[in-house]
Design a protein around this ligand. Structure first.
Ligand code: 2HA
Ligand code: ZN
Length: 277
């Protein structure tokens, strides 16, 4: 017989909580900023045993994710604060299950305060749906945060995937290794609904990271380390770009396109050629 406390001890929940705490410590989550979801593996759902309450009503998602029908997600709550997830997990995160056709969800555990997943749940589910397809089911984590330097960069670079990808690749040698396909960028839009979800998911077909102008970033990954690491690297590269700009000095040398090609060759991966000159 499982109970709520033992659910919290399962590796999936522990990893989710640890990732959220790391994001909070990075300063990426003022107030209720940011949100995260994780698509659980069947054995992770089974480990929760009969502590999941499957009697709740189905609530429409506002978007369709037929390839995720019946999937189960750990998710942060709407209006909840990342800083409170580690001390009070059951109030601030929960487990949500999708119906068989993937257009509605019900809460089966947690979110004991507020009872609702993040306002960006439609974006999370559509992102999961396209990343599931893009990675043959390996992608499990969608993480949204508000890193200061990434947001600042959206005021001074053109809002294009090519411009952002090139600038980030040139900022730090490892960037092209971490995201050789580049990053997507969405112009300023109203957040929290189906419209921004559709635009973001379109970008996520090609990119595991998508920046929202004047707002933040979404990263997708197979596990928490890869997803957090991608966000961490992009944030750090953004900081380097801004520091270089802030010197007011002309750039005397950078990582050239041939340098980028050489990294791809040395490490044996394909760089998005559309973004190279
Ligand atoms: O969860 O970050 O985009 C609060 C937000 C909305
Ligand atoms: Zn946000």
């Amino acid at each position: 017989m499982e109970n709520s406390a033992t659910i919290l001890q399962t590796p999936a929940l522990q990893a989710f909580i640890a990732c959220a705490e790391n994001g909070w410590r990075q300063g990426w989550h003022e107030r209720n900023g940011g949100n995260m979801s994780y698509r659980m593996a069947a054995e992770e759902v089974a480990a929760c045993g009969d502590a999941l309450d499957t009697t709740g009503d189905w609530i429409p998602l506002g978007v369709d994710a037929p390839n995720l029908g019946g999937e189960t997600f750990i998710v942060t709550g709407t209006n909840r604060y990342f800083q409170n997830i580690l001390p009070l997990p059951e109030e601030n995160i929960g487990i949500a299950q999708l119906n068989a056709v993937g257009d509605a969800y019900r809460i089966v555990w947690g979110l004991t305060v507020g009872h609702k997943p993040t306002s960006e749940f439609p974006t999370h589910i559509l992102n999961h749906s396209v990343r599931f397809a893009a990675t043959q089911g390996r992608s499990r984590v969608i993480y949204h945060a508000h890193p200061v330097d990434v947001i600042a960069l959206t005021f001074v670079l053109p809002i294009s995937a090519r411009d952002f990808s090139r600038a980030l690749w040139q900022a730090m040698t490892e960037c092209v290794v971490i995201f050789p396909e580049g990053v997507g960028v969405v112009p300023w839009m109203v957040c929290g609904g189906a419209e921004i979800a559709l635009v973001t998911a379109k970008e996520m077909e090609r990119f595991a990271a998508v920046i929202w102008a004047q707002h933040g970033i979404f990263c997708a990954g197979d596990d928490f380390d890869a997803t957090f690491g991608m966000m961490h690297a992009i944030d750090k590269a953004a900081r380097i770009i801004l520091k270089v700009m802030a010197t007011g000095q002309p750039v005397l040398q950078t990582i050239t396109d041939d340098n980028l090609r050489a990294i791809g060759k040395a490490f044996g991966f394909q760089i998005n050629g559309d973004f190279l000159d």
